[in-house]
Design a protein around this ligand. Structure first.
Ligand code: FDA
Length: 303
């Protein structure tokens, strides 16, 4: 049953018609619990509040599946404006982008051009830019774009998903690149990804430990307290410097645990999505955790 629910919401997240329509609806279905408004002003409020509590942030100006250059160009311009605002407001945060928002499905070189414009501005401000990892059909291309950018910029990194069999090899190739490690949010074939949660979790722990023993900064992106507790013990046992890693969670999830980790002295970063293109992101969150559906139902009936 859980798998059927997950597949249903992942299917909705990929539905281009609904993604486009949802931009016109404005926030609904309780999305505002996980998405910090539609404007830069609204997200800045959330960032400042978290910064005051010792938490840094990464901002995702939501967007994906863009298929025309006008829209991709507008997304690039919005992200550059966001970088200007982060710099002007002097807040503790970096940014996260999706390559399909910046034209990867149109033309890879065009997408690289948009990324270069973003990275030029980010470099000027000393801001890090992380590239989200999307579904496996974009995986090779994302790594190719990353490598092309790494020839010129060192303020760019990406995400590795522990559900992929190849994750360990790719992490070895990317040992000098700042990486966010996650389990993986898309529905993938058993040919490329572990189907069982237990294997995905085990691989996550194995890869996180390998990274923590290395020299390059790693973001541990999970809400899973079992994994977090095991990694805290591992870090202590191996005298790993807290400055070489951070924990990351998504905005609106496990707020108590987010603050607890920051209070314990770990670097903590909240991933904050904002913008009107919220539908795909929100459906993937419902797929991951069916309990989130309760929030939606409450929102529909009690507001
Ligand atoms: P998982 O869903 O496996 O849950 C494990 C256990 O943790 C649960 O059984 C429960 O005990 C506990 N738990 C989890 N959530 C809880 C909650 N809200 N309240 C109480 N208990 C809870 N994916 C991707 O493919 N590409 C990407 O670029 C990213 N980026 C990204 C950034 C960040 C910061 C995060 C946190 C995640 C991503 N993801 C992602 C999503 C990721 O791949 C994964 O789908 C989700 O994080 C869900 O997996 P978890 O490890 O968080 O817990």
């Amino acid at each position: 049953m859980a798998k059927v629910t997950r597949d249903f919401f992942i299917g909705l997240s990929n539905n281009r018609f609904l993604n486009t329509q949802a931009k016109k609806w404005g926030f609904s279905l309780g999305a505002d619990k996980f998405v910090a408004g539609t404007t830069v002003e609204s997200v800045m409020k959330a960032v400042k509040q978290l910064n005051r509590q010792g938490i840094s942030c990464t901002l995702d100006n939501l967007g994906e599946f863009v298929s025309d250059k006008t829209e991709a160009g507008q997304a690039k311009d919005k992200i550059i404006t966001l970088l200007d605002t982060i710099h002007r407001e002097n807040v503790d945060c970096h940014i996260t982008v999706k390559l399909t928002q910046l034209g990867l499905d149109i033309d890879q070189d065009y997408c690289i051009g948009n990324m270069k414009a973003i990275l030029n501005t980010a470099q000027q401000y000393g801001t890090f830019v992380n590239i989200d990892m999307e579904d496996y059909s974009h995986y090779e291309q994302t790594l190719e774009v990353l490598h092309a950018l790494r020839d010129h910029y060192n303020n760019v990194g990406t995400v590795i998903q522990s559900y992929l069999y190849r994750a360990e090899d790719d992490l070895a190739d990317l040992k000098d690149v700042r990486i966010r490690l996650v389990k993986g949010a898309y529905k993938e074939s058993e040919d490329v990804a572990y189907p069982d949660k237990q294997d995905i979790d085990q691989n996550f722990l194995k890869l996180a430990k390998q990274r923590l023993l290395g020299d390059t900064f790693t973001s541990i992106g999970t809400h899973d307290h079992h994994i977090i507790n095991e990694l805290k013990a591992f870090v202590q046992e191996h005298h790993i410097d807290n400055d070489t890693f951070e924990f990351q969670m998504l905005y609106g999830f496990r707020n108590d645990l987010q603050h607890k980790l920051a209070d314990e002295g770990y670097h903590f970063c909240t991933y904050i999505p904002f913008g009107d293109d919220w539908f795909g992101y929100f459906m993937r969150r419902l797929a991951e955790r069916p309990q989130n559906i309760n929030l939606v139902v409450k929102d529909m009936f009690y507001t």
